[in-house]
Design a protein around this ligand. Structure first.
Ligand code: CMP
Length: 143
């Protein structure tokens, strides 16, 4: 079963959008395999966003993502990585279509509400950074 890492960023948590966002992915038909409300350390933020290290906005990105609690999640289902990216909308909310999370709730590229893994490799890496194996449920065993 394909898995992806999604995270409601500090702006989404502060704006009480956790429930709205979780609801969208539940209604779509994906399963929540793990979730936690947490404040990210600078070390974890720099690791998570390591691919952007040389970008001019890296410092701002790390400051923002560590500025308040985030809601980290693992979702699973068929083609969940690409489908979740479509449901999130384009990175820059001004280009994100209506009906997507960013299209509906954000205006600014820094404060764009949600993060989602962009590839199978990123998903494995990001899930491993944020979750231990025993923090993820196995629905097959629970039935
Ligand atoms: P995210 O999907 O979390 O991955 C990297 C983040 O960098 C991205 O969402 C944006 O929030 C942020 N980002 C991308 N481009 C810019 C930019 N030009 N200025 C500030 N932040 C940016």
């Amino acid at each position: 079963m394909e898995k992806t890492f999604l995270m409601v960023k500090p702006d989404g948590v502060q704006r009480n959008l956790i429930g709205e966002i979780v609801s969208r992915f539940e209604k779509k038909g994906f399963q929540l395999a793990g979730a936690k409300l947490m404040t990210i350390s600078r070390e974890l933020a720099e690791n998570h966003y390591g691919e952007h290290k040389e970008r001019p906005f890296f410092g701002e990105l790390v400051n923002f993502i560590t500025s308040g609690p985030v809601f980290a999640m693992v979702w699973q289902g068929d083609n969940v990585i690409a489908t979740a990216r479509n449901m999130m909308g384009k990175t820059n909310p001004s280009e994100a279509a209506a009906g997507t999370v960013r299209g509906d709730f954000a205006v600014n590229v820094s404060n764009n509400i949600i993060h989602g893994s962009d590839s199978p490799e990123s998903a494995v890496r990001e899930i491993g950074l944020f979750f231990k194996e025993d923090e993820l449920v196995n629905y097959e065993k629970a039935i």
